[in-house]
Every structure is written in structure tokens, then in C-alpha cells.
Design a protein around this ligand. Structure first.
Ligand code: THU
Length: 164
């Protein structure tokens, strides 16, 4: 018997200007699209911007519904948007931003379990990692080198996938 420890590493930045240029641009796209989120019930607006390997950016924001579970998080709106419109393009990075005018958002909001699982599907579909950038309205920015850092030991039963 032995105990096994897994460590998670990420980089913390104080300001948006400290990021590399391409990350700044992606985060700005996430910030912009957060403003038009449809979040009348939570007043918590989230924007997600995805950088594809071909340089294109695909965006999404949270879409709520009066029947609460029918709504969808920004991350899944964005990743499904990317999957639908660019099915053969690898995903390099997803930037996620959250804001609210009714509560402080001062620590990075990290994707819910369902969104981590949805992003992980695309990671398993491609050979390269998917970086994750998280920015709260105010506060430090966190950069993870791969979605697998946020979903360690993800379910990946190769036998479930039909060979191409
Ligand atoms: N939400 C997201 O869009 N992304 C997250 O990572 C967490 C939560 C949305 C869902 C809902 O519209 C609102 O934020 C409050 O939970």
C-alpha cells in the first residue's frame, strides 16, 4: 500500500497586461462577450473565448432559462460552438471571465464539473493540450497549461470510442 499525491501547478498574474499578447487578446474577447450574457436570474455574467489552432477565436456566454437547468454555462456554449463550426480544428486555449453587478467577483471562477468534462472531451479528441485562462472581474488571473490540471483522472475509456 502507498499513498499517491498529485500536484497541480498554475501561473498567477496580477494584471491582464502581464500576459502574453495572444492571451490578452483572447481574454479581452471573453470580457467583451460576458457583457452580453443572458443572466437575468443570477446576474452573474460569464464569457468564454476559445483560440483555435488556425488562429480563429470562437466565443460563448452563459444563457439562462426560467426553468433553471435548461440554461447553459459560457464554457459549454463556447466549446460546443467551436465543435459545431470547426469540427476538425484543434483548440489551443480557452479564456474565461466572470462579472456581476450584484456581488463581488474577486477570485477566478473556475469551470463547473460539467464544463470541465465537456472541455476534456475535446482534449481527448486532439493530441495537444488545451490551456485554460481564468479571470475574475477583479483579482488575479490564473493560467493552467491544460484542462487536465482541472480534471485529473478524467474518465477516458478508449474502448467506448469506435475506431475511425
Ligand atoms: N456559469 C458559467 O457560465 N460558467 C461557470 O463556470 C460557472 C457558472 C453560469 C451558470 C449560470 O448562468 C450562472 O453562471 C450562475 O451559476
Amino acid at each position: 500500500m502507498r499513498s499517491v499525491k498529485k500536484e497541480i501547478e498554475f501561473t498567477e498574474y496580477d494584471t491582464l497586461q502581464d500576459l502574453i499578447n495572444s492571451d490578452q487578446l483572447l481574454l479581452n474577447a471573453a470580457i467583451e462577450i460576458a457583457h452580453t450574457a443572458y443572466a437575468p436570474y443570477s446576474n452573474f455574467k460569464v464569457g468564454a473565448a476559445i483560440l483555435l489552432a488556425n488562429g480563429e477565436v470562437v466565443i460563448g456566454n452563459n444563457q439562462e432559462n426560467i426553468a433553471y437547468p435548461s440554461g447553459l454555462c459560457a464554457e459549454r456554449v463556447a466549446i460546443f460552438h467551436a465543435g459545431a463550426t470547426h469540427p476538425n480544428e484543434s483548440i489551443s486555449t480557452i479564456a474565461i471571465y466572470a462579472e456581476s453587478d450584484v456581488m463581488p467577483v474577486d477570485t477566478a471562477i473556475s469551470p463547473c464539473g460539467a464544463c470541465r468534462q465537456a472541455i476534456m472531451e475535446y482534449r481527448q479528441k486532439q493530441t495537444t493540450p488545451i490551456r485554460v485562462i481564468l479571470k475574475p472581474q477583479q483579482g488575479k488571473i490564473w493560467v493552467f497549461e491544460c484542462i487536465s490540471d482541472l480534471l485529473p483522472y478524467a474518465f477516458d475509456l478508449k474502448g467506448l470510442k469506435k475506431p475511425n
